[in-house]
Design a protein around this ligand. Structure first.
Ligand code: PLP
Length: 417
């Protein structure tokens, strides 16, 4: 029996039914320990944007490890790959003259962003601006603040009091956001956290005009706009960031996953000039006592450079724009299936195949059975909050592989129906 306590798992069930032990990967495919081959429909947890087995990332990480695997970056200490990576990200960030604070993943990035916006307002003599607004169904990781602002209550069960001063708004209405800010009092609201596409909460695409209107509602009321691009960033939505694609000019961007395609854990927060000011220019902040042992880990930074090189050379942002059509085309026939009520797709290389909520009402485990059965058809997918199936393949997926994905999902749906 395993001694590995899996994340987001029912360990009684896992210890009874066993683990799926993934052994190796190549391109868009994975093999388990028994040698069975799967198509990875989700790019792991939305991170393997350049696919598996990319030798040049391995070589870059190994070379950096040989030279200097890491040295902590407290105070004025740095290492070259890290400093260069901050500059590189700043150059294509969706705001001018951005600075980059590194973390080890999405959860730490959200944590950093919440502390940063609150600290910012306190330095501007507005310490009462503590309210954080987020959207229903949104996912922001499961660290302390992330758990507090996540948009689905399933993540909050039984942990007692969470961080205060959080407000949740409908995921699809900029008017509701404006009203919520006005209701709380704009002078009390620190920031609005917004996943451009709600990912883990069901792949909910922003309604036309929503993102621009939400951004404007914040600007008009002096509220900071934080784009949580942990999923959307690094080409998944057809540009470096969804914020770039939608011209959002956010105050902060949180990122992780695609920055290294998951070869080494890395995340961060991109910070625009307004929020930088009391930390970088006026000096009001003095030492900001926030950071992590691995903030700016040199090996992670080296892996990120090699990963970004691949993205640039292979034009993966442009490829994601093609994929938004190709994925829709491949999956559209599934909507005819008796178990499926809707396909959400057409923006970036993400899609949600919704299992009919009317069926889920009587049979809440239905999507999980489809997900498990898909493995028998050689497809690794995942059940989203709300009962959809996640489709977010590596951006290097071919048309033929998309066909393989669609027919595997069809086979699983047929078996379960
Ligand atoms: N924010 C968003 C939008 C995410 O999708 C995720 C993870 O899926 C996170 C934050 C948390 O990232 P991590 O799991 O690396 O802590």
């Amino acid at each position: 029996m395993t001694r590995f306590w899996h994340p987001v798992a029912d360990m009684q069930a896992v210890s009874r039914s066993g683990e799926l032990v993934i052994d190796r990967g190549e391109g868009c495919h994975l093999w388990d320990e028994r040698g069975r081959r799967y198509l990875d429909a989700t790019a792991g947890l939305w991170y393997a944007n350049v696919g598996y087995g990319r030798e040049e990332i391995v070589a870059a990480a190994a070379a950096q490890m040989r030279r200097l695997h890491a040295y902590s970056h407290y105070g004025d200490v740095s290492s070259r790959p890290t400093t260069d990576l901050a500059e590189r990200i700043s150059a294509f960030a969706p705001m001018e003259d951005a600075a980059v604070f590194f973390t080890s993943g999405g959860g730490e990035s959200v944590e950093t962003a919440v502390k940063l916006v609150r600290r910012y307002w306190s330095l501007l003599d507005q310490p009462q601006r503590t309210v954080i607004i987020s959207r229903e169904r949104a996912y922001h990781g499961l660290a302390g603040y992330g758990t507090s602002i996540v948009g689905s209550d399933v993540f909050k069960v039984g942990v007692g009091p969470l961080a205060g001063d959080t407000v949740r708004v409908p995921w699809d209405s900029a008017e509701a956001l404006a009203e919520a800010i006005d209701h709380a009092g704009p002078h009390r609201v620190a920031a609005f956290f917004c996943e451009p596409i709600v990912g883990a909460g069901g792949v909910l695409l922003p309604p036309d005009g929503y993102l621009a209107a939400a951004r404007e509602a914040c600007r008009e009321r002096g509220v900071l706009f934080v784009a949580d691009e942990v999923i959307c960033g690094y080409c998944r939505v057809g540009d470096w960031f969804a914020s770039s694609r939608f011209g959002l000019d956010p105050d902060l961007v949180t990122f992780a996953k695609g920055i290294t395609s998951g070869y080494v854990p890395l995340g961060g927060v991109i910070v625009g000039t307004a929020v930088q000011e009391p930390f970088w220019q006026s000096g009001a902040a003095g030492v900001w006592r926030h950071g992590y042992t691995y903030s700016g880990h040199a090996t992670a930074a080296a892996a990120a450079h090699a990963n970004l090189d691949i993205m640039e050379r292979e034009g993966l942002a442009a490829r994601a724009r093609e994929l938004e059509h190709e994925i829709t085309e491949a999956l559209a026939p599934l909507v005819e299936h008796e178990l499926v009520s809707e396909l959400r797709s057409g923006l970036g290389a993400v899609a949600g195949v919704q299992i009919d909520p009317a069926l889920l009402a009587d049979d809440p485990d239905l999507t999980d059975r489809v997900t498990l059965t898909a493995r028998e058809h050689g497809i690794l997918t995942r059940t989203l909050v709300g009962g959809g199936l996640q489709v977010s393949p590596p951006l290097v997926i071919t048309r033929a592989e998309l066909g393989e994905l669609a027919s595997g999902l069809r086979g699983a749906l047929d078996d379960v129906a």
